[in-house]
Design a protein around this ligand. Structure first.
Ligand code: SF4
Length: 377
């Protein structure tokens, strides 16, 4: 069994350290995955293959599900994309969400193909009667609809205005007002399988608008930062916005999105939720020394190598790779497996107990063997 963890919540030295309390939202079953109502924060992702290529899309969906995605969205801009959905839905290991823009008939085709949910921006489906047809079809099929507003669709309509701090506040209000307008038709129809979202490329706007949404509605909320850029900027911007919201207890599903392999997005989402203790960690938790001038043995790439070799591990095991005795023994005390490097050698620890010395070129091998022993125990 992994080592016991420190107590980090409750009243400690007279100071109350609260755990995150989730905001209460309605529970919604989306293809067997419950969103909201106190269910775990769900991880979503989106494929970047052409959906009409069912084989490639299914392959990516399986990779995403294997990495921890619980719902996967696919884009359906063309009729041959929705035509591929029947096969994709039938063979996907997770519920499928169709991402619909502009064409209301794509939404109807996706519902007919058996998707569990539609992502809709009613702002780009001009005809209200078309939105009503989607609502009727979704209601009859038990399909959920995420109604989303993006900063882009609001800003485009504010001709001649420049961004400034006053405008930032009004932008958030405009996004909420826009979403309220979209929701009128759903509420008037008695449609109650809704998820809401409001996205911006800007972390502060994302936090502000979702706080307002959470205060006003109790539909489940999907969180995301749109157009977050490259993995480097996207991961930090997403963690800043979603981390703040999740600490407030806001958010029922999340998607971290940035350019590149979507499997990496899922891993980042998993790490974010595990870091906030909102989901149990699956696999290795790495504690790694950032290195400094005290380092006498080069361990720069060791943590990444260990992470790759132990990628198949699902048990929550903590591994600490430390560069010297300053913090090494301390981290080793509450890690399952640890190494503390000296000159050309490392000390190997198992659950805080020093077990042997290993030559520096055998660190990965020794740590991996120790982790596999713990899993076998
Ligand atoms: S563990 Fe040692 S080598 Fe690593 S950063 Fe800390 S002081 Fe520096």
């Amino acid at each position: 069994m992994p080592v016991a963890r420190w107590r980090r919540f409750g009243t400690i030295s007279g100071v109350k350290i609260p755990e995150i309390t989730r905001r209460k939202t309605r529970a919604l079953d989306v293809g067997g995955v419950v969103i909201g109502g106190g269910a775990p924060v769900r991880i979503q992702s989106m494929t970047n293959t052409p959906t009409r290529d069912a084989a490639a899309t299914l392959e990516q969906i399986r990779q995403l599900a294997g990495a921890g995605a619980e719902l996967v969205r696919v884009a359906v801009p063309r009729a041959d994309d929705t035509a591929a959905l029947t096969e994709i839905v039938a063979e996907s290991p997770v519920p499928i969400i169709a991402d619909v823009h502009f064409h209301f008939d794509r939404a109807l085709e996706a519902i007919a193909a058996g998707v569990a949910k539609i992502r809709l921006n009613p702002g780009n489906i001009a005809d209200r009667s078309q939105v009503l047809r989607i609502i009727d079809a979704a209601g009859a099929a038990g399909v959920a609809i995420r109604v989303g507003v993006n900063e882009g669709s609001v800003v485009d309509r504010r001709e001649g205005e420049q961004r400034n701090s006053d405008l930032a506040a009004s932008l958030v209000e405009l996004m909420v007002a826009k979403l309220a307008g979209y929701l009128e038709v759903f509420e008037a129809s008695g449609f109650d399988r809704l998820v809401l979202s409001a996205k911006s490329h800007d972390a502060v706007t994302t936090v502000a608008v979702n706080r307002l949404l959470s205060a006003r509605w109790d539909w489940p909320l999907h969180l995301g930062v749109t157009h977050a850029g490259t993995p480097q900027t996207g991961a930090i911007r997403s963690a800043a916005a979603m981390g703040a919201l999740l600490c407030d207890g806001i958010g029922d599903t999340i998607r971290i999105s940035y350019a590149g392999d979507p499997v990496v997005e899922v891993e980042a989402a998993r790490e974010l939720l595990a870091s906030l203790r909102l989901r149990q960690r699956v696999g290795i938790e790495l504690i790694a020394c950032p290195t400094c001038g005290r380092l006498e043995t080069d361990i720069t790439d060791v943590a990444e190598e260990i992470r790759k070799v132990l990628a198949d591990v699902t048990a929550p095991i903590t591994v600490a790779i430390m560069g010297c005795v300053v913090n090494g023994p301390g981290e080793a005390a509450h890690a399952d497996v640890a190494v503390c490097a000296g000159k050309d050698k490392v000390i190997l620890y198992n659950r805080g107990k020093r077990i042997r010395t290993v030559s520096a070129d055998k660190i990965v091998e020794a740590v991996v063997a120790e982790v596999r022993n713990i899993i076998r125990d």
